[in-house]
Design a protein around this ligand. Structure first.
Ligand SMILES: Cc1cc2nc3c(=O)[nH]c(=O)nc-3n(C[C@H](O)[C@H](O)[C@H](O)COP(=O)(O)OP(=O)(O)OC[C@H]3O[C@@H](n4cnc5c(N)ncnc54)[C@H](O)[C@@H]3O)c2cc1C
Length: 393
């Protein structure tokens, strides 16, 4: 495991820090700033991110021919870390960036590479991912949303659920059942679907309804299709080969290290320590033990992430270690959330009396979902038990 970054990487870090210092307004870094912006914040973030892409600080690891920077996995990790450290706004196009663009780079047609990657990087098109359905989550291959061929078009009928960013996306990359005659992993095709007209209204046959989370936000929604027509050329990969495309696509998320999560969670623990001092609980022996445990967990996460990054840099297959990464960061974050509730006491449920804990509260509530999406903890443990321990399926 290599614990250091080389000279070129540190040079990149310095350049990016300089750009952030000049282009990220100080008030944007304040706690609660984005919460106060409400819906308007989305457009601000979209524009800022597009400007950042124009300045060359996007698609860090992507080849230059696709509008990327042509950097290394280590530079990508540095970029993520600096974004968190500077409290830069989260991307508005994470599903497109994490999943769709890398997939198109590998198996897309020349037209798809041209039409999808650069507009995505510059936020001209916002994408969402339509995989899950009411009866197909962990068991994704049970999906039922149909796409039937009619001449040169598919006609889609059915429903997707838990679709992150559905309220803002203009397009979806989704999995649809194009045949029922084959095994359930076959007969699935990945299609690109227009969800909105240029004026922002829903495309014909599309209906999108927000789903409210316990935090009060609606980061995801349900998408309904009634006779939605999609050109046959909108296939990614092969007809009926959607399962293989989905596995390739998901491997891009699994190949990531958890250094950005480490940086974000470390900041949260620092905020919790500040909170303990504010509420006069910093000398509580039990709480001090819990805070120390969280710091130990976090440092383990950092070293595991550096080890993953070294493997990626060396072009090694990650295998089950990506499941361990997911388990480690999501469960560490939930433990930090519990720590927050212990330190804040009843105040973790309401902010008042000059004590604003809303950011920590929101993060605690969000952390509950992190052991579900991207493969639940139970599914990750199944993978580890089979691939690492050799236990039967
Ligand atoms: C915040 C959030 C954002 C999301 N965004 C998207 C998105 O953008 N696009 C999208 O397509 N989906 C999205 N999802 C959906 C997500 O992928 C699913 O919730 C996830 O795959 C789990 O599926 P499920 O909810 O149907 O639960 P189920 O699969 O029904 O699981 C229920 C419980 O059973 C356990 N379980 C299931 N199978 C097994 C097994 N074989 N062994 C042991 N335990 C098992 C699970 O671990 C879980 O605890 C999102 C979910 C969340 C929470």
């Amino acid at each position: 495991m290599d614990l250091s970054f080389n000279e070129a990487d540190e040079q990149f870090r310095a350049e990016f820090r300089e750009w952030l210092a000049a282009n990220l307004p100080m008030e944007w870094r304040e706690r609660g700033f984005w919460r106060r912006q409400g819906e308007a914040g989305f457009e601000m973030r979209r524009q800022w991110e597009a400007d950042k892409a124009k300045a060359g600080f996007a698609g860090i690891q992507w080849p230059k021919e696709y509008g990327g920077r042509g950097g290394t996995p280590a530079q990508r990790a540095i970029y993520d870390e600096e974004m968190v450290r500077h409290r830069a706004p989260l991307t508005v196009n994470s599903l497109g960036l994490t999943f769709l663009a890398p997939t198109v780079m590998v198996i897309g047609t020349d037209e798809q590479k041209r039409d999808i990657i650069k507009p995505l990087l510059h936020n001209e098109v916002i994408w969402c991912q339509g995989f899950s359905e009411p009866n197909a989550g962990s068991d994704l291959a049970s999906l039922q949303c149909r796409a039937e061929l009619d001449g040169d078009e598919y006609v889609i009928n059915g429903q997707k659920i838990w679709t992150s960013n559905a309220m803002h996306a203009s397009k979806m990359f989704g999995l649809f059942r194009t045949s029922t005659e084959d095994k359930k992993h076959r007969g699935i095709t990945m299609l690109l679907v227009d969800l909105r007209n240029p004026d922002g209204s829903f495309a014909p046959g599309v209906d999108i309804r927000p789903l409210k989370q316990m935090s009060g936000a609606s980061d995801f929604g349900e998408v309904f299709f009634t006779d939605v027509r999609v050109p046959r050329s909108n296939i990614i990969g092969k007809e009926g080969g959607g399962w293989d495309v989905a596995m390739l696509l998901l491997s891009f998320e699994r190949g990531a290290s958890a250094l950005p999560q480490y940086a974000a969670f470390r900041r949260e623990v620092d905020d919790i320590v500040e909170l303990a001092k504010t509420v006069g609980r910093d000398s509580d022996a039990l709480l001090r033990q819990k805070i120390a445990s969280s710091v130990v967990e976090l440092e383990c996460l950092r070293y595991h992430s550096l080890s993953v990054l070294t493997q990626v840099e060396q072009g090694k297959e990650l295998g089950a270690s990506s499941s361990m990464t997911k388990l480690q960061w999501s469960e560490t974050h939930q433990d930090i959330g519990e720590l927050f509730t212990d330190v804040a006491g009843l105040a973790h449920q309401v902010s008042g009396d000059g004590l604003d804990v809303t950011d920590l509260q929101q993060s605690f509530l969000w952390s509950r979902s992190e052991t579900i999406w991207g493969g639940s903890s139970q599914i990750q443990r199944n993978i580890v038990s089979e691939l690492v321990l050799g236990l039967p399926r």
